[in-house]
Design a protein around this ligand. Structure first.
Ligand code: GLY
Length: 349
């Protein structure tokens, strides 16, 4: 089974991908006893083997959980259990859990070992890899956090059997994103095997997951601090985040990112950076994944307002990650507001 190393500034994070790597027995060599488990309360059955009579804290995995007070709750639970430096924290859940538990592990007693068992497709291909964690403030999302690589990430396609379809499809948006920004063969694979992927065929998923992890590891190992090349991972996210905010987080992250990729593709096509054929190919791949490229009940003006609050916006200009085609990406492209507005009109019903 693949074991991928992410090497950054003197630290090596090990990512194991394989069937049943969600079971502690297979990774005891890295994790050891005396662990404290922080888990999504919806996946108690996955967390149970990790707890094995030890201590655990279950959290609801909603965006409202991503607060500093939840991080303090984790820290107080660690203190109450007598958790020492050197003893590991195991996070079992999706991106909300790895964000909160990862933040707590990075500051508790100046840092304790962290092992992550991501239980959603989105977390397996994105949130659990690369060391970003964080919580929200009333002023905005992810405004507090650290970048700190987990010691181990255990990725198991069999875990995904429990995921509701809408969440699985949401994760596929990030898969298509990797296919466009980094790995054209992955885009081909999604197009060819989408039926098997959506049936969650473990063998096909294993290939998809491995390609996504390799893509992210390569990008993060060259720019862990997000000062340059890591920005390609934001493809579709500029408009995506604005759509999430403008709809009061009614949309799933992946749904918003899918529509955001279509908006970015429209901008690239109108700037003659990308061909209409590429835009159509991307739209068809997203549709095959069951993802929307049109969003109802939201006006361009509301999304533009949210875009103006984008924390990545510099000097009052709209900046986009744009793709010229699979594997050909430009970052920080300045786009005039009338073009942004026109692209928004194409995705808002
Ligand atoms: N999810 C984007 C990043 O890790 O940089």
């Amino acid at each position: 089974m693949p074991e991928i190393e992410l090497k950054t500034s003197g630290v090596t994070s090990v990512i194991r991908i394989g069937r049943q790597f969600s079971l502690p027995d297979l990774s005891m060599d890295r994790i050891g006893p005396d662990r404290f488990v922080v888990a999504d309360s919806r996946v108690k059955h996955i967390a149970q083997p990790w707890i094995a009579g030890g201590q655990a804290l279950f959290l609801p995995a909603t965006e409202r959980t991503k607060t500093l007070s939840t991080v303090l709750r984790v820290i107080r639970a660690l203190l109450r259990s007598g958790h020492e430096r050197g003893q590991p924290l195991v996070a079992v859940g999706g991106g909300v859990i790895s964000d909160v538990a990862g933040f707590a592990a990075s500051i508790y007693k100046r840092g304790i070992p962290l092992h992550v068992v991501p239980t959603t497709l989105l977390a397996q291909v994105d949130a659990a890899i690369g060391g970003k964690n964080g919580v929200d403030l009333p002023e905005g999302k992810n405004l507090l956090g650290t970048i700190r690589q987990p010691d181990t990430v255990l990725i198991d396609p069999l875990i995904l059997a429990h995921l509701p379809d809408v969440e699985f499809r949401s994760g596929l948006a990030e898969v298509v994103k990797y296919g466009i920004v980094k790995d054209p063969e992955l885009l081909d694979l999604v197009e060819r095997r989408i039926d098997k992927i959506r049936q969650r065929d473990p063998a096909v998923l294993l290939e998809v997951l491995t390609r996504c992890v390799c893509a992210k590891v390569e990008i993060v190992s060259q720019d862990e601090r997000d000062e340059g090349g890591r920005a390609v991972l934001n493809y579709g996210h500029t408009v995506g985040h604005a759509l999430e905010a403008a709809t009061g987080y009614r949309l799933r992250h992946g749904e918003a990112v899918a529509a955001g990729m279509h908006a970015a593709g429209t901008i690239a096509a109108r700037l003659n950076l990308a061909s209409p054929e590429f835009l159509e190919r991307q739209r068809a791949a997203l549709a095959a994944c069951g993802l929307p490229t049109r969003i109802e009940g939201c006006s361009p003006a509301t999304v533009l307002r949210a875009l103006r609050h984008d924390k990545k916006r510099a000097g009052g200009k709209h900046r986009f990650v744009l793709a010229e085609g699979p594997g050909k990406v430009r970052t920080a492209v300045e786009v005039e507001e009338p073009l942004v507005r026109a692209a928004l009109r194409t995705i808002l019903a």
